[in-house]
Design a protein around this ligand. Structure first.
Ligand code: ZN
Length: 161
């Protein structure tokens, strides 16, 4: 298949052909997942942080590794430590900016070529406590420039400390 034909494939089809859709998307400037400027919060050489484009709650975000790791068990310790440190910072930031009560954290990576990632899912005061928050129905992402800019500003302050 030519590159041009591959560009018309879905993420699932690319995965089935042994091509990582995330890397393919990066290489082709968002050809698969589209322009990410409305969701991207932070990026460095190790991790990338972005809002889920099909969130389980507004403010639902992911911290993902740049390199491929099956999951936490395969990632180097410094990456795992960094992800936990950023998750802690983001929990406070998301609570402040989105006004949720708590932020839940989960990770599950189970494809042939993974970018190990964790998910941070807000729980709001109108929602029940408990594990049901991990499987709340997916919603449409609502782009809010003011909130996105504030989250970016706060995490950059943290990253540059
Ligand atoms: Zn990849």
């Amino acid at each position: 298949m030519t590159e041009k034909e591959l560009l018309k494939c879905s993420p699932a089809e690319l995965t089935d052909m042994g091509i990582c859709p995330t890397c393919f998307d990066r290489k082709h400037n968002g050809a698969i997942f589209g322009d990410n400027t409305n969701i991207l919060i932070y990026k460095d050489n190790d991790i990338e942080c972005f809002f889920a484009n099909n969130p389980r709650a507004q403010g639902h975000m992911c911290i993902s590794t740049i390199e491929h790791y099956h999951d936490m068990s395969e990632a180097p310790d410094y990456i795992n430590e960094k992800i936990i440190r950023y998750a802690k910072a983001f929990m406070n930031i998301i609570r402040d900016v989105y006004g949720c009560v708590r932020v839940y954290m989960c990770t599950m990576c189970d494809g042939p070529a993974n970018h190990y990632h964790i998910q941070l899912i807000p729980r709001y005061d109108f929602e029940k406590r408990g594990s049901g928050n991990f499987v709340k129905p997916r919603q449409e992402y609502i782009y809010d420039k003011e909130k996105l800019d504030r989250v970016k500003e706060l995490i950059n302050e943290y990253a540059n400390k």
